[in-house]
Design a protein around this ligand. Sequence first.
Ligand SMILES: Nc1ncnc2c1ncn2[C@@H]1O[C@H](COP(=O)(O)OP(=O)(O)OP(=O)(O)O)[C@@H](O)[C@H]1O
Ligand SMILES: [Mg+2]
Length: 254
Amino acid sequence: MTAGSQALVSVVSLTKIFNDRQRGREEIRAVDAVSFEAHAGEIFGLLGVNGAGKTTTLRLLATMLKPTSGEASVCGHSISKEPQAVRRRIGFMSTATSLYGRLSAKEMVTYFGRLNGMSREAIEQRILELFDLFGMNEFRDRRCDKLSTGMKQKVSIVRTVLHDPEVMIFDEPTVGLDVLTSRTIVDFVKDCRTRGKCVLFSTHIMEEMEKLCDRVGVIHDGKLLACEPVEALKSRTPSGRVEDAFVKLVGEPA
Ligand SMILES: Nc1ncnc2c1ncn2[C@@H]1O[C@H](COP(=O)(O)OP(=O)(O)OP(=O)(O)O)[C@@H](O)[C@H]1O
Ligand SMILES: [Mg+2]
């Protein structure tokens, strides 16, 4: 990342409190005054354990949830005041991204391309490119409910990036995938960086974060405990290992 490169994602004191009725209206501070920036040509990782607040942070940015307080912008557009403009500039993929079982892989992707305002020709072109890249041609006409986990994941990713958005948000995209499929996705994410995209990526896998991310935000109990280049995170402990730095930051389990 070069100094002064453009911040495409800017998050200021973002907070989301859930009032969970099933838990006696207990207040859950899923995201607690989180601030960070992510730039064009950068992969920014959110690293945290289960329940840390990664998905909630990313869903707020994708305008799928409204913040309790704080603000964030994507390509200069406010997530609360201009959600439509934000949605046009992002692609959001999460493990919960649902597919319509009765549509084929190709129909599913085409459907979302149309929703994003793409022309039929542009959709055809991107499908040729991406189905080839992800090795999806053999199942392009198979119904989504007949696909394996990894195949579904690939459809979700292609559907997310078809319109080539400036900001790509991937919530644990490699969960449940074999080593070859994971590698295809990791290479794709790196290629997005080369093409000047801003990529937000969440994971709880240390090696993945280390391999991919330029900077990382360590999130725990909704709070951002550190936000720095991967090298800086590693140098927090004598071992120089991300895992040790992470444990030092979040504290040993009780
Ligand atoms: N819709 C909701 N209603 C109530 N509580 C929620 C809701 N969504 C998330 N939470 C709570 O917010 C906290 C953060 O959850 P979140 O899904 O953001 O974590 P995460 O870091 O993505 O975890 P994981 O690694 O398991 O995906 C958790 O305590 C979770 O139970
Ligand atoms: Mg999650």
